[in-house]
Each structure stands twice: as C-alpha cells, then as structure tokens.
Design a protein around this ligand. Sequence first.
Ligand SMILES: [Ca+2]
Length: 234
Amino acid sequence: MARTLRQKGLEPWFPCQRGPAQVGWQASQDIPATMGPQAGMAEMAPLVKRVRKEIQSSHFLGLVGPKGDTGETGVTGIEGPRGFPGVPGRKGEPGESAYVHHSAFSVGLESRVTVPNVPIRFTKIFYNQQNHYDVTTGKFYCNIPGLYYFSYHITVYLKDVKVSLYKRDKAMLFTYDQYQEKNLDQASGSVLLHLETGDEVWLQVYGDGDSNGLYADNVNDSTFTGFLLYHDTI
Ligand SMILES: [Ca+2]
C-alpha cells in the first residue's frame, strides 16, 4: 500500500510526532520548504484535508490507536437461584435429666404438738417423693442448691402458738397467734430461702413451751410445705 501511495505522489509524514494516531501521508510535492514538524494547524489544514481524501480513496487504514481507558462498572446482575439444602448437623448431646432437679414435700400433723424447742414432726404425708423431708427428724434436707419456697398453715386450739421456721439452727421466720376461747384459730407463714446442699429446714415451737397450741384432727389440718423454685446454675 505504501508503494501505491508513493505512486500517487504521497510521502509518509509525522506532523507533530506525538503518537501513531497522528501519523499520516501527505503529497510530497505540496509540502512547502518552510513547513516541517513545527508547522501550525492553520498551515497544515489543507494538507490534512487532502491526505484524508487520498486515504479514503485508497482505502488506507490508519495505525491502531492506543488502548482506551477502562469503562465504568456495569449494573449488578439479578440474584441467582436458591442453593441446595445443607447437610444436617450432628445430633446434640443428651440433656440433664429433669428429675435431678426435683425437690418438694408437703406434710401434715397427725396429733397435737406437746414438746417445745425441738423440730415438729409432720407425719401425715401428702407428698414426699424424693424423701428430702425426713419424717423421723421432722427436718427437710437440701439435696439441690437453689431457691426454695416454704409455707405452713397451722390450726390453733386451746393454747397460743409461737412457731419459727429454722434454717441451720437459726430461726428465720416467726409466727405468733393468740388463741381465742371456744374458737379455732389459724396461723400461717411463708418465705423464700436460698439453700446450699446439706442445709436443714424445719418448724419448731419457740418460747417457754406454753405456746404450743398446734392442733390437728380428722377435720383440722396443720401443714408444712416446701419446694425448689429455681436450682442454682452450675
Ligand atoms: Ca388468734
């Protein structure tokens, strides 16, 4: 192709020498002696126009230009389809048996209390499945550390009643009821206590022994109840 262009009187020309995009061909016989690489755009315009015309008529393709800048990031595509379900996880470890955290009792008097200042023995069993209440001693023994609820409901007859709920040889709760002649009275108390393993809880008449009017018969009960509300977390 260069030979064909030269036959047409064109010579290669680099007007500004800034890059291959500005390389072209011009009619050698039309280049003024004063026109070189430093020629102004106004002087070069006619020659550029003629060169372009010659290039178009000879189907001349210019040299490949420099690579352009990177384009902007495209729009985010649509979400893909849902994946397959994962593999099932391993079976968990067996949990703690709920039974180990059971502790409850509910017992009642079967006869009048006559002995003061010793644990009252409640021998009528409403519930004592774990045997944490000892019928022979009249004491509840803590096997599970935690928070416990205790309550007692006492029938008062013939004498006043002064009764205390003890924990580890210390009276925690006091109840005093004065007996009214020819009448039946009731006395009661309840409390929440935190117990450690081995703690003992019981009811006991306090005072000089003259206030032991706790009473029970076939139609009048006196009861003592306790149960674990929350066990301590380990
Ligand atoms: Ca009373």
